[in-house]
Design a protein around this ligand. Sequence first.
Ligand code: 13P
Length: 250
Amino acid sequence: MRQPLVAGNWKMNGSARSIELLLDGIKGSLASVGRAEVAVCPPYVYIPMVAELLQDTEVALGSQNLSQHQSGAYTGEIAASMLLDFGCRYAIVGHSERRTLYGEDDALVAAKYAAARAAGLRPILCVGEILEEREQGVTEDVVARQLDAVIELEGIEALADGVIAYEPVWAIGTGKTASPQQAQDVHAFIRQRIASRSGAVAEQVRILYGGSVKAANAADLFAMPDIDGGLIGGASLDAGEFIAICQAAP
Ligand code: 13P
């Protein structure tokens, strides 16, 4: 049985004060969360502070990005080993905002996936189509291409300890959620594609849904057989909403 994972991607939001309040709220209600593993992905600079505030909890810590390099002359970049130093377990790679706003292509995303794994972090690989691609009926082609870039570089076994997040770009921050069936269809496609290379890895890999998940729609999404939790943006900045989403994971 895959343990559900609900991860909050805070993006570039928050302040020391607001993060303290948010974590107080989350910690105060953690006991009410059932089986789900809970994770938060703060902006880099807050990671040490969040690590300390989460010290006595089971909440996992992740980054929103990382460098594909191990160390060296890469001004402004953060290496996987540094994230590990401050207690990160996860690293998001290939978020659509990184792909579209910062020009990250499939090869770079795969290199970041490899860098995370090499250091002992669990990458959360984001995949997903833009609206035009969905309308053209090429969603599966896009997701397959994004997935295959990692499989070709790292091998199928590399997905076993990672996490995949299907985030249709048209559903991110728009309030437009994919219907549970639309999401399930793509999740099933991803799992089948992995299963064609390794049934064991396909059974093990967790596939999260992301894109306007809220307390009100989480339970219906998480009830689908191939949806193993969520990657939550806006709603993860509100402790009550976020906890309610975590509670919705079966
Ligand atoms: P929203 O939940 O704000 O739509 O963001 C989803 C997302 O991008 C999570 O990584």
